[in-house]
Design a protein around this ligand. Sequence first.
Ligand SMILES: C[S@@+](CC[C@H](N)C(=O)[O-])C[C@H]1O[C@@H](n2cnc3c(N)ncnc32)[C@H](O)[C@@H]1O
Length: 290
Amino acid sequence: MTDAVPVPDTASAATPGPAPDPAPDTASDVEADGAPDSAVAIYTDYDPLAEVYAAHWGGTLADAAAPVLEELVLGSLGAGAAVLDLCCGTGDLAGQLSRRGFDVTGLDGSSRMLELAAQRAPGARFVQADARRFELPRQYEAVVSLFDSLNHILASDELAAVFANVLRALEPDGRFLFDLNSEAAYLERWDDELGFVEDDQAVLVRIRYDAVERVGSFHATTFAADPDGEGCWRRFDVTLRQRPYEAGDVSAALLDAGFVDVAAFDAEADLGLDGHSGRVFYVARKPGRG
Ligand SMILES: C[S@@+](CC[C@H](N)C(=O)[O-])C[C@H]1O[C@@H](n2cnc3c(N)ncnc32)[C@H](O)[C@@H]1O
């Protein structure tokens, strides 16, 4: 990220109507295999960064990749098709899809990101859950997940759990489209500093890749004017971590999970998305009923 839904009405938890409350519901606490696992918390690391993310990154890849999504998945969906935006962040893609006429659910771990998403995409519905262990009460014709979202899944077995959850969430013949950074992306793009100075906040960001540990770190330090304190500023620090995944491993994991027709596209070379070196888009299909 550095360049830098209708229906749920059962045990898990999505809002029931097309105009959701700003505060999202929380999905069931069920692991991919259906076993409760209280040891794994919902991923909430973006809560303190939500406003900054919304102002500077929200929608960046959704806008750039709109033609790609259209060509690879959306163009073949019928009007009003049900689409799940997994790790929807501040809801920019959910808003696009909803305005395009799809029946959209956004899922994310961060309640603050989801509050902003509900404002930005009032036609979608949102659910707070963890991608590694979500279970929704309906199925979707497509699941999309953009902008490094699944690089935040730091273990291969957890990514496999995400794939299993997505497979279960898809209708037969449903499509899954997502992007993941390979190591080339971190080596080429993750050594950077960024700064934003605004009237009421200043943000400093350091982006690094540790090639030994194979972990990318996004450190943000924010000074924000305290609305309750005269001339006082509050500082907070947040570190978000990502890891690379290589195309051969991801394709194998999708096939292992039960997907078919797995295809990988280099964002720059195959899809013409300049500035996204090392980013790979994947499309996979859930087998049909026949
Ligand atoms: C870089 S943002 C991308 C947001 C959005 N897809 C976009 O294109 O702007 C990554 C998002 O993934 C979410 N996320 C990361 N890991 C997650 C997990 N295990 N479960 C649910 N959400 C997760 C974060 O909360 C954050 O909103």
